[in-house]
Design a protein around this ligand. Structure first.
Ligand code: NDP
Length: 253
């Protein structure tokens, strides 16, 4: 079978870990040249080496995308390296849980900065190139996939600001879809349930203990499960746009 993404260029944010890293590998296996974005250079360099050892093409663009200048510079660097852009996966994110009363407002700001502003800055910088690719790219279609969450569909106590950021991602995704779908830039949101990554590890011990006891999911999704879903979304025929995909572990009610 011919890989469906040959000749395309994809950006994956938050590719130094978890879902982003697995997605970069999956898109490279489908033939895309993959630009991986995050702050930790060592991890990106290792990933690039692994993708290239497997016969793929990859580039590390180190950036803190909560800074709009760094986000724009990362996109410009990737365009300079590959000359085009067909796919943007806005995956980088942070989940810091806890009650609203007495919360550390800095935690809220950090979540809003990456889950919302980072996604917006990358989308703004990438959009002209995606519109271009949809006109004369190898597939005559381009893709934005925004990683939201089950927490973008359903609110829960202690998830307040994370819920707010992910509900926001869902709303923004659909608004943008309506604006540019007829230019053949597909815009879709993917809402995973629990995935086994480093996401929870950024919380304090009390939250980690509580999640492990009350909310334990016996068999969470693996990052590769979500990577396959993203690959599915961006390999549909030009006529078909997956606007929303909700991917849950079977063991999560
Ligand atoms: P990880 O913590 O494993 O990965 C998060 C990634 O985001 C890392 O690569 C990190 O890289 C990157 N990142 C964080 N801040 C920045 C920044 N300022 N600039 C650039 N990159 C940044 O988590 P997951 O893989 O689980 O999360 C990926 C996405 O999936 C997130 O949006 C998350 O909300 C969502 N999600 C996850 C679920 C889960 O259960 N795991 C469930 C539902 C949704 P670095 O630190 O090197 O910058």
């Amino acid at each position: 079978m011919t890989p469906k993404l040959i000749g395309t260029v994809a950006i994956v944010t938050g590719a130094s870990s978890g879902i982003g890293r697995a997605t970069a590998r999956a898109l490279a296996e489908h033939g895309a040249s993959v630009a991986v974005v995050a702050r930790r250079r060592d991890r990106l360099d290792t990933l690039v080496a692994q993708i290239e050892a497997a016969g793929g093409t990859a580039h590390a663009a180190v950036a803190d995308i909560t800074d709009r200048t760094q986000a724009a510079r990362a996109v410009a660097e990737i365009i300079e390296r590959f000359g085009r852009l067909d796919i943007l996966v806005n995956n980088a994110g942070l989940m810091l849980l806890g009650p609203v009363h007495g919360a550390d407002v800095g935690d809220w700001e950090r979540m809003i900065a990456i889950n919302q502003n980072g996604l917006l800055y990358m989308t703004h910088a990438a959009l002209p190139h995606l519109l271009e690719a949809a006109k004369d790219g190898p597939r005559e279609v381009a893709d934005i996939v925004n990683i939201s969450s089950q927490a973008g569909r359903e609110a829960s106590a202690n998830f307040g600001v994370y819920n707010m950021t992910k509900f926001g991602v869902n709303g923004f995704t659909e608004a943008l879809r309506q604006e540019i779908t007829q230019s053949h830039v597909r815009v879709g949101v993917l809402e995973p349930g629990a995935v086994d990554t480093e996401l929870v590890s950024h919380n304090n011990q009390a939250i980690r203990d509580e999640l492990a006891s009350s909310d334990a999911i016996p068999e969470p999704l693996q990052p590769e499960d979500i990577a396959e879903s993203i690959a599915f979304m961006v390999t549909r025929p030009r006529r078909a746009s997956i606007a929303e995909l909700w991917a849950m572990p079977t063991s999560q009610a």
